[in-house]
Design a protein around this ligand. Structure first.
Ligand code: BGC
Length: 423
């Protein structure tokens, strides 16, 4: 049977990264402190990472060779604002250079303003538990957009508030390593307010600058929660509850200002529409039994044990489109595969779901461009299309990278490509 399929003509393809995971150099963030406290499992230091801050031209040249059309990148708050009230003009200029260089290669930028890392001064005053955190964040966002707004029209305010909050305040795996449901609710609420204020702020600033093409959204980590035993009422109820706790509550608060558990009521929540696209980071499905979640056993898994479930991408895209009715951007999708054994198949299967999906998915950002600092797992996991030797900093495109580059160039997958790369 033929394996060939065409991608929708209006689907743009690219890669996503996060500053803390690739830049190196910076030592003023909570992740540097987390490292100092011995919390990175393999002991690797985020100050090394990929040295992308100095090598961004080399990396962008490589992206251009890969035919990348769109790039989701983030900027590092702790670099731009190393101390409260102090913004580093040199760093802002650096990011202007980076964006201009991308544009000179015809790569369109989607800029993330917060991706899991905080400046240490902000962390010390409670981070997103601080009752003024949404205003503090807004001040940072305002400064950035005033300085970069003439170059950048598309923004993601916050990456995965749900993963950030549960990892930092419930499972204790991200800094500050707390385990408190009460704090989770507080941080969720403040992040939703931060998103809404940033959404409005970015639009206001760019409007005053005379631009009408601004697009703002945020990236939600969306999972499929499925009852482990299909007809068991406990499993069904707990799958629904996890869905509410992990995604429905925060997504409704950020996107439409609707308050539901675990979000706390706040006088600033006002019903509205706070997104210009729906950003979905999709990785896996979770099976739920009572109140436990785990990957399905009899299924393919990646290096980290996450289930590979391409159909889930179609399920979440449809669900979010029907609910929020805006173009879907897959702002992250990728897999940990050190030996590049199944990444090409992963890409093939997920893009096929997109090609056959009945709702408009117009962007696909593969996670990720290059192996990077994978948070508490340090340098141990390999999500990159490009392999990185951390010692020598040599970048080597994997076979799946060549496959993906050909897909972008042709906007289709032929039988010959399938048998060459997917096997
Ligand atoms: C995060 C990335 C991370 C990836 C793989 C996503 O949830 O946004 O920063 O590297 O998952 O773990």
């Amino acid at each position: 049977m033929s394996k060939e399929f065409k991608l929708p003509q209006n689907l743009l393809l690219g890669v996503a990264t996060a500053s803390k995971q690739i830049e190196g150099g910076d030592t003023d963030s909570n992740w540097n402190d987390w490292y100092e406290r011995g919390e990175i499992r393999d002991g690797s230091n985020p100050a090394r990472a990929n040295d992308h801050y100095n090598r961004f031209k080399e990396d962008i040249d490589l992206m251009a060779e890969m035919n990348i059309e769109i790039y989701r990148m983030s900027i590092e708050w702790s670099r731009i604002q190393p101390k409260e009230g102090c913004f580093d003009e040199g760093v802002i200029e650096h990011y202007r250079e980076e964006v201009k260089y991308l544009q000179s290669k015809r790569i369109r930028v989607l800029l993330t303003l917060h991706h899991f890392s905080n400046p240490m001064w902000f962390e010390r005053i409670g981070g997103f538990l601080n009752k003024d955190s949404s205003d503090i964040f807004l001040q940072f966002v305002t400064t950035v957009v005033l300085k970069l707004g003439d170059l950048v029209s598309e923004y993601i305010t916050i990456n995965e508030p749900n993963v950030y909050v549960t990892s930092a305040y419930y499972f204790g795996e991200f800094p500050p390593g707390h385990k408190s449901f009460k704090e989770c609710r507080e941080a969720f609420t403040n992040l939703a307010l931060s998103h809404i204020k940033a959404y409005k702020g970015i639009h206001d600033i760019r409007k005053k600058m005379g631009f009408s093409d601004t697009k703002v959204g945020y990236a939600s980590h969306v999972r499929v929660f499925e009852p482990s035993r299909k007809n068991n009422s406990f499993d069904k109820i707990s799958a629904k509850l996890m869905d509410q706790l992990f995604q429905v509550g925060i997504d409704d608060a950020c996107m439409i200002g609707r308050v539901s558990f675990p979000i706390k009521n706040h006088k600033y929540f006002e019903k509205g529409k706070y997104y210009d696209f729906v950003g979905i980071n999709y990785y896996a499905r979770s099976m739920v039994k009572f109140f436990e979640e785990f990957p399905k056993a009899e299924a393919p898994h990646n290096d980290m044990g996450w289930e590979i479930y391409p159909e889930g991408l179609g399920i979440v895209a449809k669900r979010y489109y029907e609910k929020y009715n805006a173009e879907i951007y897959i702002t992250e999708n990728g897999t940990a595969d050190r030996n590049d054994k199944f990444r090409s198949k992963f890409i093939y299967d997920h893009l096929k779901v997109i090609a056959n999906c009945s709702v408009p998915i117009t962007r696909y950002y593969h996670w990720t461009f290059i192996d990077n600092f994978e948070w508490m797992d340090g340098e141990a996991e390999c999500f990159g299309l490009v392999n990185l030797n951390y010692e020598t900093q040599v970048r080597t495109p994997r076979e799946s990278c060549i496959f993906y580059s050909e897909i972008i160039r042709n906007k289709n997958i032929t039988d010959a490509m399938y048998s060459k790369y997917v096997k």
